[in-house]
Design a binder for this molecule. Structure first.
Ligand SMILES: [Cu+2]
Length: 399
C-alpha cells in the first residue's frame, strides 16, 4: 500500500534534455522551466530532431493553444520521405512523430500567429508497457515569437533563402530507387523476448527463428543471419514482451511494409518502434514487416561484411538484445550455398544446384570466377545459359 501511495505516475523514468537544456522533473507534475525556441512571425522553420536519449521514447508534437499543429515531414532516419521513388517529392503531413531512441525526424513547422498565447514543443505520453519505463507527457521547449519584423525586413529575410538551382527529380531515388518493386528472396521471422524481471540477471534477447534465444556474445564465431549482397529480404519482427522495443540495424535502411501505425508504412527507416504486447494469449504479438535493403548503396559500392542489429534501448541492448549479421558477396554466398548443400555427395550435378542460385547474366559471370564452379552443358542448362556462356572466364571448366 505504501508503494502505491508513493507512486508518482508523472515521474519520468529518465530526465531528458534538448540541446543541453535539461527538462528536470521536480515532483508533483512540475518540470524545470523548459528552454525557448524563437520563431519569427510568418516563418516556416526546418527542424532536425534526433532522439539521442538512451532509453526514452519520444512522441513529438507542436501545440499552439493546445491544438496539435501539422508537421510537414520531409525525412526520417536521414532519408527523404518517399526516397524509393514511389511518390518522390511528396512530403507527409502528420500531427505527431513517434521517435524511438536513435530515431531522427526532419520536418517543417510554421510559427505561431500573434493571437497564440501558449506555443510549445512537447513529447506526448508514450505507453511503453507494464514492464517498460514511464515516458510521460512533458514540454520540451516553449516556442516564442521574436520581435515583429517590419514588412521590409520580413521580405529581405525571405529573399535571403537561396532557391535550389538543381532539378531534384533528376537526382531522386539513387540509393533506394525501385526498392518497392524489388522482389525479396527470403522471409525471416525475428522476435524480442526477455526473462522474468524479478529474477536476476535479467536477460534480453533478439532471436531469428528457428534459433533458441541467447544473449549477444561479443566473441561470436558465427553470425545469426547470413544474407547475400544485392538482395532484399522481408523480415517480420515481433514483440513478445510486456514493454516496447526499438528495432535498429546498422549499415542499411529498410522499407516499412506493414505496421499497426499506418503512418509508418512506406517510410524508409533504420530504427522502428515495436509497441508493447499486452500479455493476453488471445492477442497477437505486435509486429512490423520490413523490407531489408542489402542491395548496396550504389551500383559500385559494397556493404559486404559483418555488423549488428539490436534493440536501441540501451538497457536492453547492453543486456543481450543484439545479434550479428553477415552480408556475403555473390561469390562467397554461392560458394557457401554450394558447399552447404553438399551437392556432390547427395548425387546432385552441380548445375542443378547453380540453376537455383544464379539470377542473371552479371551474377553468373561473377560466380564463374570461383574455382568451384563447374557447369554442365545439359539440355536443362542450355536454354538458360547458352547466351551467357561465351562471357565466362576461360578458366571455368565446362564439363
Ligand atoms: Cu528493447
Amino acid at each position: 500500500m505504501e508503494l502505491l501511495k508513493d507512486f508518482d505516475s508523472q515521474q519520468p523514468a529518465k530526465d531528458i534534455s534538448i540541446n543541453s537544456v535539461p527538462i528536470r522533473y521536480k515532483g508533483g507534475g512540475i518540470y524545470d522551466p523548459p528552454g525557448i525556441i524563437q520563431m519569427k512571425p510568418n516563418q516556416e522553420q526546418f527542424w532536425c530532431v534526433a532522439n539521442t536519449a538512451a532509453d526514452t521514447f519520444l512522441d513529438l508534437q507542436v501545440q499552439y493553444d493546445n491544438i496539435a499543429q501539422p508537421l510537414e515531414l520531409v525525412g526520417m532516419d536521414g532519408v527523404p520521405i518517399n526516397a524509393d521513388g514511389q511518390l518522390y517529392n511528396q512530403p507527409k503531413f502528420v500531427h505527431h512523430i513517434l521517435l524511438p531512441p536513435a530515431g531522427r525526424a526532419e520536418f517543417m513547422i510554421k510559427s505561431p500567429k500573434a493571437s497564440v498565447k501558449d506555443a510549445k514543443f512537447l513529447t506526448l505520453n508514450y505507453d511503453t508497457g507494464t514492464q517498460g519505463d514511464n515516458d510521460p507527457q512533458r514540454t520540451i521547449a516553449r516556442i516564442e515569437r521574436e520581435v515583429e519584423l517590419t514588412a521590409t525586413a520580413a521580405s529581405s529575410f525571405s529573399a535571403s533563402v537561396p532557391e535550389l538551382s538543381i532539378d531534384l527529380t533528376k537526382v531522386s531515388g539513387d540509393r533506394f530507387s525501385g526498392l518497392n518493386q524489388n522482389k525479396s528472396v527470403k522471409e525471416r521471422k525475428l522476435y524480442f523476448s526477455e526473462t522474468d524481471p524479478n529474477v536476476e540477471p535479467e536477460q534480453f534477447y533478439i532471436t531469428v527463428e528457428p534459433n533458441q534465444p541467447k544473449v549477444y556474445d561479443p566473441n561470436f564465431k558465427t553470425p545469426d543471419i547470413t544474407v547475400e549482397e544485392g538482395t532484399t529480404e522481408d523480415w517480420i519482427v515481433q514483440n513478445r514482451t510486456l514493454e516496447a522495443h526499438a528495432f535498429h540495424i546498422h549499415q542499411i535502411h529498410f522499407l516499412v511494409l506493414d505496421s499497426s501505425d499506418a503512418s509508418e508504412i512506406g517510410v524508409l527507416r533504420d530504427t522502428i518502434n515495436l509497441p508493447t504486447w499486452n500479455g493476453d494469449s488471445n492477442t497477437p504479438f505486435p509486429s512490423v514487416k520490413l523490407q531489408m535493403d542489402f542491395r548496396g548503396i550504389q551500383k559500385d559500392t559494397s556493404i559486404t561484411g559483418t555488423f549488428l542489429y539490436h534493440c536501441h534501448i540501451l538497457e536492453h541492448e547492453d543486456n543481450g538484445m543484439m545479434a550479428p549479421i553477415e552480408v556475403k558477396s555473390h561469390e562467397a554466398w554461392i560458394e557457401e550455398e554450394f558447399r552447404s548443400q553438399n551437392a556432390i555427395s547427395r548425387g546432385f550435378r552441380p548445375a542443378q544446384v547453380l540453376l537455383t542460385l544464379i539470377k542473371d547474366e552479371a551474377h553468373l559471370v561473377s560466380v564463374a570466377k570461383l574455382k568451384v564452379l563447374r557447369l554442365v552443358q545439359s539440355s536443362t542448362v542450355q536454354p538458360m545459359l547458352s547466351a551467357w556462356l561465351h562471357k565466362l572466364p576461360e578458366k571455368v571448366i565446362l564439363l
